[in-house]
Design a protein around this ligand. Structure first.
Ligand SMILES: [Zn+2]
Length: 438
């Protein structure tokens, strides 16, 4: 999940959103999993649900990409304008069964047919969209990424120089097929997968309509937003969970006035989930943090409680300033003082003391993201911090991830204990309501 501010367009977006989410039809009840859950009944703006058609996922930044489709590919001009990009003129229609290599040079797109290397197609447009016309499937690869199939279309946004962004634009429910399977184990119980599908949908819709930080895409394909692996990652059980909860989201507010909220989640909370205000500046009742007695018994070794990590002050200082260049004025950071600790036990904020005599405050979650590495994993902000003069020592570590919202391993344990997806969501997002947005 990303650390994002709420842009000034929030209220405009939120009002559109409100029109969508308060328009409620009867709540779809897959099996006996969502029985009689209270839901709002205002149907006034149901027509706005058709606004929710697609989602845009940043896959890559690259200089060259190969595309393949078994059927025809259509290339259209793409007009990039706030808040969404629109397609217009058709620039080319290409036969299927061929790999096309696309580069951007001097502001034009060069499309090379692997079988006809001498006959490049030139597309004059700053941005383009490539859409499969037959089966809604397009494969793509780069020098660093092996070929993988995605639903929907691909948008290429030129940057300065030869590099460009690769963005997958696709139907929201199609997107979720590649998210639930990437974020959960498909062997997990169906209530767990259904709960994951609902919060992944809610999070995505929130990003789509409430958080226009990037106008070319809504989310990244990694855990910076939600992990998304395209068709290659899809599984029948995860897809079943998406279909059974189609259109259902979590919302919060007075009946009839519910709003979407960012349904954060993380792997293992360590025994208590975190107040979102300490991590994401969100002050919402469903995200205040709750006890979680569930993940302890099921968490993989070394994840509920993690082993002590020692990082030299010199290295940690470099990592912090590399990630937050505005802190360079501190010089070398010599001391980290704990400013506040959450009820959950996690550190919330710290004060940094630099060699230049300057100080700075940092969220504990920001500190963690700066200093953690694969070799020295600081898995959460829940630890005891000590200082031996040369090193900072992170001991008694608990949990894996930011800890806000649903605890994924805890939710699986709840399902094993017989809880349904409504009970799981009620536990981790108190006072939130399930509604059918479309
Ligand atoms: Zn937990």
């Amino acid at each position: 999940m990303t650390l994002k501010y709420i842009p000034k367009y929030y209220w405009i977006a939120a009002s559109v959103l409100l029109a969508v989410v308060v328009a409620l039809v009867s709540c779809y009840l897959p099996e006996s999993d969502l029985p009689g859950y209270p839901h709002a009944t205002n149907k006034n703006a149901l027509g706005n649900a058709k606004l929710i058609t697609n989602v845009r996922i940043l896959l890559d930044t690259t200089e060259s990409v190969d595309f393949y489709s078994s059927g025809l590919l259509e290339i259209r001009q793409l007009e990039s304008r706030w808040p969404n990009a629109r397609t217009s003129a058709v620039l080319a229609t290409l036969p299927g069964g061929v790999t096309y290599k696309i580069k951007n040079s001097a502001g034009q797109w060069i499309i090379a047919d692997s079988h006809k290397p001498q006959s490049n197609i030139i597309a004059h447009s700053q941005h383009i969209e490539i859409s499969p016309l037959s089966d809604n499937t397009i494969s793509y690869s780069t020098a660093n990424r092996k070929r993988s199939a995605y639903r929907g279309s691909m948008r290429l946004f030129a940057k300065a120089g030869p590099k460009f962004y690769v963005v997958n634009a696709l139907d929201m429910e199609d997107y979720l097929l590649g998210v639930v399977s990437s974020e959960s184990y498909s062997s997990w119980n169906m209530p767990t997968l259904r709960a994951q599908a609902i919060i992944a949908r809610t999070y995505a819709l929130y990003q789509r309509f409430c958080d226009n930080a990037h106008y070319k895409w809504d989310m990244q394909a990694t855990q910076a937003s939600q992990a998304y692996g395209g068709i290659a990652k899809e599984t029948s059980r995860a897809s079943q969970a998406v279909r059974e909860t189609a259109g259902i989201v979590l919302a919060f507010g007075e009946p009839g006035q519910e709003k979407l909220f960012p349904t954060y989640y993380s792997a293992i909370c360590g025994g208590h989930t975190q107040d979102a205000s300490a991590v994401f500046n969100e002050n919402l009742t469903p995200l205040k943090g709750v006890p979680c007695p569930y993940c302890k018994s099921i968490a993989p070794a070394g994840r509920y409680q993690w082993k002590t990590v020692s990082i030299s002050k010199k290295v940690a200082s470099q990592r912090i300033i590399q990630r937050y260049p505005s802190l360079a004025g501190l010089g070398q950071i010599n001391q980290i003082e704990i400013e506040s600790i959450a009820n959950s036990g996690r550190l919330e904020s710290v004060k940094l003391y630099g060699s230049t005599g300057r100080t700075a405050n940092l969220k504990a979650s920001e500190l963690r993201l700066a200093i953690t590495t694969a070799e020295n994993p600081v898995l959460s902000s829940w630890y005891k911090l000590t200082d031996d003069g040369k090193n900072w020592i992170f001991s008694n570590g608990r949990g894996w991830g930011h800890g806000v919202g649903l605890c994924q391993w805890g939710s699986q344990q709840m399902a094993i204990m017989g809880k349904n997806s409504v009970q799981i969501l009620n536990h981790y997002y108190p006072e939130a309501t399930l509604i059918k947005a479309y």
